[in-house]
Design a protein around this ligand. Sequence first.
Ligand code: FES
Ligand SMILES: [Fe+2]
Length: 316
Amino acid sequence: MSGTHQGFARGWFVVAFSDELAPLGVMPLRYFDQALVLFRTEAGEARILDAHCPHLGAHLGVGGKVSGDAIVCPFHAWRFNGEGRCTEVPYAKKIPPGAVIKAWPTVERNGLIFVFHDRQKGPPDWEIPLLPEHGDPAWMPWSGKRLDIRTQPREIVENVADKGHFPVVHGTHVDHFENVYEGHTATQITRGIAHPKGGGQDPFSLTATYHGPAYQITHMDGVLKSRLLLAHTPIDAEHLHLRFAVMLAVFGDPDRTQKFASMYIQNLQVGFEEDIAIWENKQWRDRPVLCEGDGPIAKLRKWYRQFYPDSEEAKS
Ligand code: FES
Ligand SMILES: [Fe+2]
């Protein structure tokens, strides 16, 4: 299952929907096989730090409280700001120089909170593009879900290129299938006819773009306009969170649109459950036997290797 990639990809990963983190909220996170804490400062900014206090090791996300721009440790009340610097020890005049926690680059955008992961601790060199539909009154907010899946990120990403699984796994007839790889983006352009479980036929046309290794936005502009989110974040080498959400252009009254969004997200979940049954039980093949008619799986893998700049594979 592990293949030859080392560690986790470099790039932006979704760690929460914005509305999960209340004003002054604190959330313990476990991603990249590490304990982290996410909190919202009084100014409303989302911040992520390593979870364990440099003092005696308490978890800041379990009982820690936000005060001003800082999180206060639940054990002896040392304060750490969003840059991970200790700004106060309530019972000492001098703050020890080692009282520092690693701060992770954090951005809140498009109704989502992102963290930048880089094993070599470099700064982000590209940004998550703004989705203008988010916050636009002509559009509904995200309706979303999170699934906990036993698989690795490459399986999720490979869907971009895996033309052959659509009819078999999803009952979708594909007329046109194309991938465009450009820098850190990978775009899938598909036209076809879906055969929903409840019967009937839905012609569709979609453009789905990965911005980096783990965050994909799909535009569907048929009769119904929608934006879809698909984002995965590794918990450890064998588990990840898959977040998916839909945003619909308001049609008729918002209540009706909202009901429709709920149905839509239900259908999406059925689609993912079809994939998940495969993902959780398959084996990763570094050297798959491929044939004519398979999608551009080799191209996709080459594109994805850029997010492992320190692995042997990326150098070859
Ligand atoms: S363990 Fe955090 S202040 Fe003591
Ligand atoms: Fe799929």
